[in-house]
Design a protein around this ligand. Structure first.
Ligand code: HMG
Ligand code: MG
Length: 299
């Protein structure tokens, strides 16, 4: 494979913890993020500034962001749905944000109470303020390979929305298989369609592992020169507005795959496995990383 450097975008503290039913203390969240940074992860989505009525697990985002021990070269970003979220994220010290919409109308409505067009309209204010404040903005498109409410999603629709976000100024577009239904051939078609408008180095894949396809799908994306992968330590997570969706692909499993392919990501796998084991125990949850389980058994 060409270009051996891979960027891992860790979403465990946000996508992972947003879906946990257990109450998690602010100290534990901060500890998790600091440990992830210590394992070598350089991009950590640390919280979301959404309505606490919609996602109560992220209600303490301000305290979490303010409590972090900022490490050199680590970007602690925050997910925001609207201008209010953006302003709160900046006030909390976020140096990068991510906005999110969907390729399916039904999901956009359930997740953010607006149409896709309205979500894009909301982003305009964010983008202009972000530009004036020099804040990089990442853009997520959800339900790129299927929707829990409307089923099939046209890849042409995914490509069109991704392009809109890119043209608005998002520096990176993360393609989210929110409910993990995609398979490798569909991933290839997806990447083929999006790279017509967006350079492949600006495309990330964000795969939930609901149907156990995430690693295979990542491999397909890597073969298409995608080099940005979203993942979650111990496979934490899911989306509260996508019933039955399980966690993201586990970061430990992605790092192991990359090592086998001689691709570099700068993560210390042993340390990361320790973090996955630690947070799984705190959450009283089975570790969803197969690599994590295997390496722990050998210790
Ligand atoms: P709404 O109810 O239509 O909002 O929700 P509104 O503008 O009418 O405001 C209603 C109330 O919410 C007001 O408060 C606002 O101040 C407050 P009140 O006057 O009633 O007390 N409010 C806020 N509070 C804090 N922060 C904010 C904010 N905005 C409004 N930013 C809204 C619209 C977008 C806010 C809501 O639908 C929402 O927060 N949705 C977020 C849902 C969510 O977080 N989903 C999970 C993340 S997305 C995901 O996981 C997918 C991803 O991983 C990719 C993939 O896997 O596909 C990214
Ligand atoms: Mg997600």
């Amino acid at each position: 494979m060409n270009n051996s450097a891979v960027k891992i975008f860790e979403v465990g503290p946000r996508d992972g913890l947003q879906n946990e039913s257990a109450t998690i203390s602010i100290e534990t969240k901060i500890d998790l993020i600091n440990r992830l940074a210590d394992s070598g992860l350089k991009h950590i989505e640390s919280a979301s500034f959404v309505s606490p009525r919609w996602v109560p697990q992220m209600a303490d985002a301000l305290q979490v962001m303010r409590g972090l021990t900022a490490k050199n070269q680590v970007v602690y970003s925050a997910l925001v749905p609207n201008l209010q979220g953006f302003e709160n994220a900046i006030a909390a010290g976020a140096k990068e944000v991510a906005i999110f919409t969907a390729a399916s109308e039904a999901f956009c409505q359930k997740n953010t109470n607006c149409t896709i067009a309205e979500s894009i309209e909301r982003f305009k204010d964010i983008m202009s303020l972000a530009k004036s404040e020099n804040i990089p903005v990442r853009g997520y498109v959800s339900t790129v390979l299927g929707c829990p409410y409307q089923g099939k999603v046209a890849i042409s629709q995914v490509a069109a929305i991704s392009r809109q976000l890119y043209e608005m100024g998002c520096y990176e577009i993360s393609l989210g298989d929110t409910i993990g239904v995609g398979t490798a051939d569909n991933v290839k078609r997806l990447i083929d369609a999006t790279v017509r408008d967006i350079p492949v180095q600006n495309i990330a894949v964000h795969f939930h592992d609901t149907y156990g396809q995430a690693l295979t799908n990542i491999y397909a994306a890597l073969q298409h020169e995608v080099r940005i992968i979203d993942s979650s330590v111990a496979g934490l997570g899911g989306c509260p507005y996508a019933k039955g969706s399980s966690g993201n692909v586990a970061t430990e499993d992605v790092v192991y795959l990359l090592q086998g392919l001689n691709l570099t990501c700068g993560v210390d796998l042993k340390k990361l496995v320790g973090v996955g084991h630690w947070i799984s125990a705190i959450l009283h949850r089975t570790n969803s990383s197969k690599v994590g389980i295997a390496m722990n058994m050998r210790r």
